[in-house]
Design a protein around this ligand. Structure first.
Ligand code: NAI
Length: 547
């Protein structure tokens, strides 16, 4: 953040009520004089370190993660630098609070825990006036927007306007993990109603009390939003988040060539899963071109991974047809095969020439996968029988239980290691604690999109890229996998430690900006030393001196 001009700064209580300026007890004596703060604060001047310690004294005494989430949200509303200092420095501890799994709970109880608005709510009521409403946002230089319509929040379903917790959490990660300026981030919830009856019946629900608008009227509202963003915030990257499957794919295809946009559930998940596969193969010694992937779940996440996997397999010399034959999908109706008449365009792309099968054990027997990737939102899908069967056919199976939050994971880390007798290479969407088995310690990987989207976003912002391409996600996956060390792999950990997330994001940003430039998409002139330039752009949560 640039040093504000002291003359134009708000004074007295106003400065303390602005979270972007407030330092609380860390205002120095000179600042207290210059800003009219004498008497408004206790006399002791504290350092940011001391404030962090004070925050944790209360935080660690809290009985539940939801209470910790509420504490963090109010810190964000009070003192942004301190919030990002806590979140950035203690990212391993904070990530499960500000993101999955706790954010899921926060969304479910959003109506009860709502304190202060953070982000913009655009609803049916604003139709025809979206541009005008966006102008109400106090910041003008917005570079990243995360938008949801709340229809598919994590694996929790339709949470309507309560889904706002997700854009807020994701943008906090953009800042914490990649140093995007918080003032350049805008969380948006588009409220077109909800079909969740319990929310409609809940007097504390804060969204529009109506069933979802669908069809042309819904598309027109999204179109109005995209057009308005292009006008009001022309440099903004728009990340679609937690839209339902049918809309997610349509909008990605509709807008990806027109505006700077991507869908994290489809493309971010794909890149993080592919990176995990690259790392896992460093453990097994296998080649990507020889793998067979069995996906449980043929939705946004599963299909996204499948599509990027096909691109990656083609890059290894397979034909399009060979690549698709290496990716089998199971959905709620069974194996995705050509004879089925209920398949969407995306699923048809992966439909196999095989008899219909519904029993996962028979499918494993028929396909002999080397990896199973769960994105079904159905806990227990990786049963003991499934894990034992893939261990039998693969020897050292790759098992990714990507469904979020933790309660939806296809199996737990413990189950994967125990049922495979310690042979599985395991990663999950939500975090699991390390597991001890036969004297060996296994560290499960977290296939968390936070390894990908902040870095991609930073590269897009730095280069001013007009579009986001699949090539960028493929490169991000490779970059992430390359940063996994031998020590990580020795413990079965297939992603770098979250403590390195800023270096990961920087490396991804550099490659993404470079691709933007090479493909003629960059609108910013990039310096020769791209890495130093991007590093210098990254927000640091240190206090700046006002006097
Ligand atoms: P979606 O609703 O688009 O797809 C779910 C798919 O699972 C559908 O194809 C459905 O037919 C299938 N399915 C349902 N029951 C099944 C069963 N018993 N066996 C096999 N397939 C079954 O949902 P989406 O967006 O793909 O998300 C799925 C899950 O993945 C969610 O829990 C979500 O939180 C998680 N996810 C995780 C990410 C990560 O960890 N990095 C990122 C994005 C999503």
């Amino acid at each position: 953040m640039k040093k504000p001009n002291l003359q134009n700064m708000p004074k007295g209580l106003c400065v303390m009520q602005d979270p972007t300026l407030n330092k609380g007890t860390a205002f120095t004596e000179a600042e207290r004089d210059a800003l009219g703060l004498r008497g408004l604060l206790p006399p002791k001047v504290q350092t940011q370190d001391e404030q962090v310690q004070r925050f944790f004294i209360t935080q660690r005494k809290r009985a539940t993660d939801l209470e910790r989430y509420i504490d963090l949200a109010s810190l964000q509303d009070r003192n942004e630098s301190l919030y990002y200092r806590v979140v950035t420095e203690y990212i391993e501890e904070m990530m499960p609070l500000i993101y999955t799994p706790t954010v899921g709970l926060a969304c479910q109880q959003f109506g009860q825990i709502f304190r202060r608005s953070h982000g913009m709510y655009l609803s049916e009521k604003d139709r025809g006036n979206i541009a005008q409403v966006l102008r109400n946002w106090p910041r003008k230089d917005i570079r990243v927007i995360v938008v949801t319509d709340g229809e598919r929040i994590l694996g929790l379903g339709d949470l309507g306007a309560n889904g706002m917790g997700i854009p807020i959490g994701k943008l906090a990660l953009y800042t914490a993990c990649a140093g995007i300026e918080p003032t350049q981030c805008l969380p948006v919830a588009i409220d077109v109603g909800t079909n969740n009856q319990s929310l409609l019946d809940d007097p504390l629900y804060l969204g529009l009390p109506q069933r979802r608008t669908k069809g042309e009227a819904y598309d027109a509202l999204i179109e109005e939003f995209i057009t308005a963003v292009s006008e009001i915030f022309p440099k903004a990257l728009i990340q679609f988040e937690d839209f339902a499957n049918h809309n997610a794919f349509r909008y990605l295809h509709k807008y990806r060539e027109r505006v700077c946009t991507f869908n994290d559930d489809i493309q971010g998940t794909a890149a993080v899963a592919l990176a995990g596969i690259y790392s896992a193969l460093r453990i097994t010694g296998g080649k990507l071109r020889d793998q067979r992937f069995l996906f449980f779940g043929a939705g946004e996440a599963g299909m996204g991974v499948g599509e990027l996997m096909v691109t990656a397999l083609q890059a290894e010399g397979l034909t399009d047809e060979e690549a698709r034959k290496a990716c089998w999908f199971i959905d709620s109706k069974g194996l995705v095969v050509k004879s089925r008449t209920d398949l969407t365009k995306q699923k048809l792309f992966f439909a196999q020439d095989h008899e219909p099968l519904t029993d996962p054990l028979k499918i494993i027997e028929a396909f002999k996968p080397t990896a199973i990737i769960g994105a079904s939102g159905q806990p227990g899908t990786f049963s003991q029988g499934v894990v034992e069967a893939i261990t039998r056919v693969a020897g050292q199976p790759i098992i990714f239980a990507l469904s979020n939050p933790t309660s939806k994971a296809e199996c737990t880390a413990e189950q994967a290691y125990f049922w495979s007798s310690g042979r599985a290479i395991f990663a999950s969407g939500s975090p699991f604690a390390p597991v001890e088995l036969d004297g060996k310690r296994f560290v499960p990987g977290q296939g968390n999109n936070a390894y990908i989207f902040p870095g991609v976003g930073l590269g897009i912002v730095a280069s001013g890229s007009r579009l986001v391409t699949d090539e960028m996600f493929l490169a991000a996956a490779r970059t992430l996998a390359d940063l996994v060390t031998k020590t990580d792999l020795d413990q079965g950990r297939i992603y770098p430690s979250l403590m390195q997330i800023r270096q990961v994001s920087l490396a991804i940003a550099v490659i993404v900006a470079d691709i933007a430039e090479k493909r003629g998409l960059a609108t910013e002139k990039l310096p020769a030393d791209l890495e130093s330039a991007i590093r210098a752009m990254m927000y640091q949560p240190d206090y700046i001196s006002y006097v």
